[in-house]
Design a binder for this molecule. Sequence first.
Ligand code: NAD
Length: 479
Amino acid sequence: MPAERTDPKLYIDGQWIGGNGRDTIPVIDPATGEAIGDLPVATAADLDRALQSAASAWPTWSATPAVERGRLLRRAAENFRSRRESIARMLTQEEGKPLSEALVEVDGAAGHIEWMAEEGRRGYGRVVAGPAGIRQTVLKRPFGVAAAFAPWNFPATTPARKLSASLAAGCCCILKAPEETPLTAMEMVRSFVEAGVPRGVINLVWGVPADISTHLIASPVVRKVSFTGSTAVGRQLAALAAAAVKPITMELGGHAPVLVFDDVDVEQVVRLCIASKYRNAGQVCVSPTRFYVHERIYDRFVSAFAQAVSGLKLGNGLDDGTQMGPLANTRRLAAVENTVADLRYAGARLVVGGERLDRAGNFFSPTVFADVPPTARAMREEPFGPIALLLPFRDEEAVIEQANALPYGLAAYAFTRDAGRQLRLSEKLDTGMLGLNTFFINGPETPWGGVKESGYGSEGATEGLEAYQTTRLVVQTSQ
Ligand code: NAD
């Protein structure tokens, strides 16, 4: 049966815009390699129109009471959730993850929007004591127009975070959604439009990423930038933002260490590790990557891990029972093949997987390497794929040092029942987010962000709202 096609549309100045002679980019189903739509590439004139439209909408939107903005956001979340099945299918078709994961993501994205709908009402400032007869007030103000750049691995979550926080704070948002997975972002924007968000408050564009970011960040209309993606691209965008002296929130790559101590239930921890490692085929910035396992339980851990991974069902995410789908695009497939070749060359022990599947689509088997030497490239560079790296350790101090050794610092995890050790780890692991006996670190009410080359600033939580607010001091006397 031929694939169902949907041609994504740009949304600029309150209008949906199709190809109409613009260049197009095919949207590919990674499970079949078939095109499922054609994406219109935004021209410079389209971007200028989006900028103009956002600039015109901002004075009214920023003056709209936060309660009213929240009401519209809540309605957008309801709209998005009410189409959860069809949107999740679309998400799976364009990104590859199993339908069960796509459904969780769609529900979670609606949850992020709902949470920000409420939090927008708490844009508190403060009154600061001053000399007699002088009142000093600190006001929280929206920055203005934000340009937000979202990647393909969470087609619903990332746009939800950026749109909801910017709009709740009173900013307008020009969203550059991912070219690889535009359909989910389009459905999200439709949910906001149908909720009644006024023309110009949201504009949706895509096309040639570097052209769009250069154009938008340089424009004086844009006062705030938010980017999620690789450290390499983040560096370029940070330079553009610095040249124009604009604040930027950066959610970049990670290389999460997992420290497994010898006082845990090995089989239970292995189950948690596998569910987290192979979620979205490992294409997750907080994916557990380096598993440091205490030498007393290492052999047992490796064999339980290998056995569980061999049983994972790989397939089209739309098929019942699929536990891991294809990689999201052919770039990832080539990168993962390269990483595996280098691991073999470095002398790591291949325990399971390691191969591309001989079928249509970007399928790569869930893979486990043990006894990984520090010289392997994957020990420094983000594998961003279904590859687990296992290695033994003996000493707590030394393993903390190894965990902290990379320039990344997004997420880290540790499994131990020892409360004293948990305390030491939360003090010493150099990371933006730490899961102790859990991989669940992602809720709308908690901040999401990294340190070192994993970026700066947070999304989600109060911090995520504040990222779109600037501070104005008003000093007032009675005459
Ligand atoms: P990439 O950095 O080329 O692209 C990531 C995203 O950034 C894409 O959606 C792309 O459209 C966008 N992008 C690329 N160049 C841009 C530019 N000049 N201006 C604005 N946006 C731009 O990487 P990729 O090949 O798509 O993915 C591989 C790497 O990306 C991974 O190794 C991982 O580090 C990183 N990544 C991270 C996240 C995350 O959640 N932090 C998400 C996706 C990808």
